[in-house]
Design a protein around this ligand. Structure first.
Ligand code: SF4
Ligand code: SF4
Length: 541
């Protein structure tokens, strides 16, 4: 990869992002092509090591591995537990909850592997590498190259630029990669994907809507818990009917993944998702699973929740979009890994046809629609919108979708006419103080945001330009008066804070979750790429 600014790297396929969707495409491309005609596959990922920017629940529907990995490889997935006991609970407050007596079979995941997606992504990378894919981590791809109406490759960002904008002694220039096909596998709210979709009109029929998922790995005393037990919750601490829920997964006898997912179409500017997560952990129903434990790792990311109607058109000449980047998520089960894997395989089929005779890439949307994952997304296409009307209408909508295999309602429910950023209402006097009152005290099981950030392993070279650009500082002054600077609360890494009335940005804490890009009410933040290799260093999320 050296000296490529003068001599571009030439490859058959460039994959941007080494998460499950990108890795499925890489493995399928190398495995499906006949001997002697294997395409060159180059994968670039901005994380420092394979999987280090990947994070999820994660109970994984194993259907995504079928046809991609051998039974032996599936048997070697780096998970320590499979779901053996499952419950759904409605939380009414910190102490009261009710177990849901009956749950549609569609929602069940008994027998599914449960573990760390970071580890699974790294495992998929190792398989792709064995198959001959070239994986380079620590490279942020910052721009696509378009020529004559076709994407023909991409450029990486510079490294070693000081905060004054000048090259340092370790400066590395941009690299150019020319590819017959570029695969965008950036994950949710991908920057390149978003720009391409906007410029080329690839958006779905409905706007995308996101949720912020905050998660910790909690170490609990041996002999107190059962590996494979999982619990899903809804209700408390979501205060105003905003779609949100929590999960507790026992990934081993001594490790619990606890997470809280909160939709970013929330209206109240005083909302602090990290505080909601702490309240969730402090509730009696969750304490039963984590009492006596201590937080050992932390992370956050956004999830595209809009589903079928918000999914992008995933094809543009020279380019396909896979996985979360395309908005492929089952918004009822909040599961996307298996769909990401299936989309990667579908993309590989289209790419091989394209490489053979220059035609075939445009068949990817059709191949995607034939996957089981796409049919799932379609079946629950109105579920997320029905939750816009509250939890009970949402549950009724979900039940009807299940009972009629997605046939009812026949029409497209209204919702998401506005972006998540525009949902925020003006701050009411005293609302911030009221929201913060009664917060659980900081403890090893309930760390504050900065302690959590430390446990994410996030590192950025501080001598580089800030990657979070405020477009118009005057708008921040307006926002402070109208919304009380909500970035100081919605950021799960405390990157934004007010100091003597002025907004300070500690970009080195950034977890790359993209919430600020989505939820700033005045759309005043431009999320650009820090140098490759910086950011979270997840190892077991
Ligand atoms: Fe408000 Fe956005 Fe400025 Fe933060 S960055 S103060 S949310 S306008
Ligand atoms: Fe997420 Fe933005 Fe905060 Fe970074 S600065 S952690 S992208 S909200």
């Amino acid at each position: 990869m050296s000296d490529a600014k003068k001599t571009p790297v030439e490859t058959d396929v460039l994959i941007v992002g080494a998460g499950p969707a990108g890795m499925a495409a890489a493995i399928a491309l190398r495995r499906s092509a006949p001997e002697g005609a294997k395409p060159r596959v180059v994968v670039l990922d901005k994380g420092r090591s394979p999987g280090s920017h990947v994070l999820s629940g994660a109970i994984i529907d194993p259907s995504g591995f079928e046809g991609l990995l051998s039974p032996e490889e599936i048997g070697k997935l780096p998970v320590e537990a499979h779901v053996c006991k499952e419950s759904f609970r409605m939380l009414f407050g910190p102490r009261k909850s009710l177990k849901v007596p009956w749950v549609p079979p569609l929602m069940h995941s008994r027998g599914f592997p449960v573990g760390s997606l970071t580890k699974i992504a790294a495992y998929l990378c190792s398989i792709a590498e064995k198959e001959g894919a070239e994986i380079y981590t620590g490279y942020a791809v910052t721009e696509l190259i378009e020529e004559n109406g076709r994407i023909v490759g991409a450029r990486t960002g510079e490294k070693g630029v000081g905060k004054d904008g000048k090259p340092k002694s370790n400066h590395l220039p941009q690299e150019e990669i020319r590819a017959a096909v570029t695969v965008l596998a950036e994950g949710g709210c991908g920057i390149l994907t978003g720009k391409l979709a906007e410029a080329k009109g690839l958006g779905g029929v409905r706007r995308q809507t996101y949720a912020l998922a905050i998660k910790e790995l909690i170490e609990v005393p041996a002999g107190t818990q059962t590996a494979g037990e999982v619990m899903h919750t809804f209700g408390y601490p979501s205060a105003d009917g905003t779609y949100g829920g929590g999960f507790v997964y026992h990934v081993s006898e001594t490790q619990v993944m606890a997470g809280y997912v909160y939709s970013l179409d929330y209206r109240r500017p005083e909302t602090d998702p990290h505080l909601l997560f702490r309240r969730f952990k402090a509730s009696a129903a969750v304490q039963k699973h984590i009492a006596g434990g201590k937080t050992a790792a932390y992370g956050a990311k956004v999830i595209p929740e809009g589903g079928y109607y918000s999914a992008l058109k995933p094809y543009f000449p020279g380019c396909v979009i896979v996985g979360d980047a395309a908005g492929l998520l089952d918004s009822l089960r909040i599961k996307g890994v298996h769909i990401a894997l299936q989309s990667g395989r579908a993309a590989a089929r289209a790419i091989l046809a394209e490489l053979k005779d220059g035609r075939g890439l445009e068949t990817y949307p059709e191949l995607l629609e034939r996957t089981r994952g796409w049919k799932e997304i379609k079946r629950v296409r109105n579920v997320r919108a029905s939750f816009r009307h509250g939890t009970i209408p949402g549950i009724i909508g979900a039940g009807m979708a299940w009972a009629t295999c997605g046939a009812f309602p026949f029409w497209r429910l209204r919702g998401f006419e506005k972006p998540d950023s525009a949902e925020m209402e003006p701050l009411k006097p005293g609302a911030i103080e009221k929201e913060a009152a009664g917060a659980p005290p900081a403890s090893p099981l309930s760390p504050d945001r900065l302690t959590d950030v430390f446990m994410s392993g996030t590192i950025h070279d501080e001598d580089q330009p800030c990657h979070l650009k405020i477009l118009d500082p005057a708008k921040c002054a307006e926002c402070r008066g109208r919304y009380g600077a909500p970035c100081t609360r919605f950021c799960p890494a405390e990157v934004y804070r007010l100091e003597e009335g002025r907004l300070q940005i500690d970009f080195s804490n950034c977890l790359h979750c993209k919430t600020c890009k989505i939820k700033c009410p005045l759309e005043n933040i431009d999320w650009t790429f820090p140098q490759g290799g910086d950011g979270p260093r997840y190892t077991r999320m």
